[in-house]
Design a protein around this ligand. Sequence first.
Ligand SMILES: [Zn+2]
Length: 86
Amino acid sequence: MANDHDEQKPSASLALLLEIVRCPKCAGDSTKGILDPVREHTWLVCRDCDRKYPVPEDIPVLLVGEGTKWQHTAVADLPVPPPSPE
Ligand SMILES: [Zn+2]
């Protein structure tokens, strides 16, 4: 079994998701709300509002409330792996 855990690339399914997902807070404008993966793709950061969305198990949790919770947390301080939503 190949071990790809050293790679920083997202899995194929996550890469595909990243092309279509946008920050739910900013997505009303189609040019806004682009999410950049950080911390080895365990978090997504909105370029416009700086909300940060956790990606536990390669599944982005795109809830405004969740993003707001981490909005003022520095990227370097985000927990890895991210907490799963309750
Ligand atoms: Zn946003």
